[in-house]
Design a binder for this molecule. Structure first.
Ligand SMILES: *[C@@H]1O[C@H](CO)[C@@H](O)[C@H](O)[C@H]1NC(C)=O
Ligand SMILES: *[C@@H]1O[C@H](CO)[C@@H](O)[C@H](O)[C@H]1NC(C)=O
Length: 288
């Protein structure tokens, strides 16, 4: 009787399948946490200087510190429930590079998914620490992304840490497939400084070849992949979803190309859910 009453009530709701599980209108509050590397000048701030919806947004910045600093350069906001393997979700946000952004041939990451795998060990050594799967980055004026497949399973051999992608040395390997976000029909993929862009992703996170990866930039489809592996075979652990500025090339390439040591960008109207509308910044700003 009780169960029937609930079933009836749910059946009467018009949009039971749509669920915007996470929304943020460009503020520091509401995130699981933020992450800025110690000893950097990175920041994550509430900003009222520009906004995609409403009157504020999140401002992220980092500064290149030269060769005396050997660490990484994150300034990110973190939502801890990004995905678990076999889930299917939409993710979206609006972003704007500072109007004087210098476009250089290095990678500046603006969003990423990842999980900590330091508990996965072989011969007493961790197979990895925080491992990013899909990342979204700017290189020059173009946006790129990637999928990652392979596996991270307890009790299985992993390749050496400096060669994590070599699957001939152990099954706990991680293979990266990068690709450009571009449209076959427009030049929307050319990012300009000082302009807002809406980015929406749809991912079915599968470690076999039944995954889906789609993306839209300002409503124009810039990725449409299916029948592919989109994540690692793992124990269904939770991956974080992060947005912000992670100047990964400064660490990976041990240098900064160009003349802009201080980098800044804004992110606003972030959403995660089960439909395109749940993640579309134009819909999210209406719900502010
Ligand atoms: C960025 O793109 C340039 C080509 O424009 C390429 O040479 C370089 O390797 C790329 N860097 C990264 C970190 O992807
Ligand atoms: C992307 O969309 C925003 C508003 O939705 C607009 O201000 C911006 O000019 C668009 N960018 C391009 C390159 O069309």
């Amino acid at each position: 009787m009780f169960v029937q009453a609930i079933t009836l009530a749910i059946g009467l709701l018009p949009f039971t399948l749509a669920a915007r599980e996470f929304t943020n209108h460009g503020t520091k509050s509401g995130w699981t946490t933020t992450y800025i590397d110690k000893n950097t000048n990175g920041y994550v701030e509430d900003s009222t200087s520009v906004s995609y919806g409403g009157s504020q947004s999140l401002k992220f910045g980092q500064e290149y510190l030269g060769s005396s600093y050997t660490g990484r350069y994150h300034a990110e906001a973190i939502y801890s429930n990004g995905y678990k393997r076999d889930e299917e979700k939409y993710y979206g946000f609006a972003f704007r590079l500072h109007s004087t952004w210098e476009f250089d041939p290095q990678s500046y990451n603006i969003a990423q998914f990842g999980a900590d795998f330091s508990d996965i060990k072989w011969n007493g050594q961790s197979c990895d620490d925080f491992s990013p799967t899909t990342m979204v980055w700017l290189n020059g004026t173009k946006l790129f992304t990637r999928t990652k497949h392979g596996q991270m399973i307890q009790g299985q051999k992993c390749p050496p840490l400096d060669n994590k992608g070599d699957c001939s040395q152990g099954p706990n390997c991680q293979v990266i497939e990068p690709f450009q976000l571009q449209s076959a029909t427009s030049n929307i993929g050319e990012i300009k400084a000082g302009v807002w862009y809406r980015l929406v992703f749809h991912v079915k996170w599968k470690s076999d070849n039944t995954g889906i990866f789609q993306a839209w930039l300002n409503g124009t489809q810039v990725a449409d992949r299916s029948g592919l592996q989109t994540t690692l075979l793992d124990d269904h652990r939770e991956y974080e979803f992060r947005v912000g500025l992670y100047a990964n090339s400064w660490y990976d390439e041990k240098k900064m190309i160009g003349n802009q040591a201080q980098r800044q960008l804004w992110i606003d109207e972030i959403g995660v859910g089960t439909t395109f509308a749940d993640a579309d910044p134009d819909e999210i700003k209406k719900s502010a």
